[in-house]
Design a protein around this ligand. Structure first.
Ligand SMILES: C[S@@+](CC[C@H](N)C(=O)[O-])C[C@H]1O[C@@H](n2cnc3c(N)ncnc32)[C@H](O)[C@@H]1O
Length: 203
C-alpha cells in the first residue's frame, strides 16, 4: 500500500504562488543557477519533485536536457501549461528507477538530480531512505544530487528534518556528502531559518 506523502496531506497554495511570482517577474531560478554550475554543458538532469517545473525549465533554458517527475497531477498540469516543451511525468520519488523512467521515455541515468524547494520535508513518513535509494539508482558514476530544505519544515504538514539526520539517511542510501551550505549562493552560516543545501555524490 502506498503511504501518502505529507504533501498530499496539506494544503499549500504553492502552485498559485509561483504562477504569481513568475507573472511579477520575480527571480525564481536561484536554485537552478547553482544546479547549472554542477552540470557539464548539455548535461542530463532530473528534477525530483518538480512541482510546477520552474527549476527544470530554467535548466532546459540553460541548454541541459531536463526532466521533471512529481506525484501531484495538478502541478504537473500547471508545468505543462507554463512550460509546454518541458518533459514531466507523474511518478512518486520512491518509485523512481531505470525501468519506471524508461516507461516514461525519460533517460535512465542523470548527471545531476535536483531535489529542492523543500521536497524532502514533504515526503511520506519514513520514506526518506527509500526515496534517496531510488534516486541513487539513476545517477551516473560521477553524478551528483543537489538538495535543499528548511530543517524546521515549512508548514504544519511538513516535518522537521535536521541536517544531521538527512546526512545519515543519505549515507545509508548510497550517497556521500560532498559540501553543505546554508543558502543557494553558498553562504556557510546557518541563518535564522536554518536552511540546508547539500551537494552529494554517489558513494
Ligand atoms: C514545495 S513543492 C516544491 C516543488 C519544486 N521542487 C520547486 O522547488 O518549485 C514540493 C513538491 O514535492 C512533491 N513531492 C512530495 N513528495 C513527493 C513524492 N513522494 N514523490 C514525488 N513528488 C513528491 C510535491 O508534489 C510538490 O510538488
Amino acid at each position: 500500500m502506498t503511504v501518502p506523502s505529507r504533501w498530499e496531506q496539506g494544503h499549500h497554495g504553492y502552485g498559485a504562488r509561483f504562477a504569481q511570482l513568475l507573472k511579477d517577474g520575480v527571480d525564481i531560478t536561484g536554485e537552478a543557477r547553482l544546479a547549472d554550475t554542477l552540470l557539464p554543458r548539455g548535461g542530463t538532469v532530473l528534477d525530483a519533485g518538480c512541482g510546477m517545473g520552474r527549476i527544470a525549465a530554467a535548466l532546459e533554458a540553460a541548454g541541459h536536457d531536463a526532466y521533471g517527475v512529481d506525484l501531484d497531477a495538478e502541478l504537473l498540469e500547471q508545468a505543462g501549461r507554463t512550460y509546454p516543451a518541458l518533459p514531466v511525468a507523474e511518478l512518486r520519488l520512491e518509485d523512481v528507477s531505470p525501468d519506471s523512467l524508461a516507461a516514461q521515455e525519460f533517460p535512465t541515468s542523470y548527471d545531476l538530480i535536483v531535489c529542492v524547494g523543500n521536497v524532502m520535508v514533504f515526503l511520506a513518513e519514513r520514506s526518506e531512505r527509500n526515496v534517496l535509494r531510488a534516486l541513487r539508482s539513476v545517477i551516473t558514476d560521477r553524478g551528483r544530487l543537489l538538495v535543499g530544505f528548511h530543517q524546521g519544515g515549512v508548514n504544519p504538514a511538513s516535518r522537521s528534518y535536521p541536517a544531521e539526520e538527512f546526512i545519515a539517511d543519505a549515507e545509508a542510501s548510497g550517497w556521500q556528502l560532498e559540501s553543505r551550505f546554508a543558502t543557494y549562493d553558498l553562504r556557510p552560516e546557518p541563518g535564522e531559518d536554518s536552511f540546508f543545501v547539500g551537494i552529494l555524490r554517489a558513494a
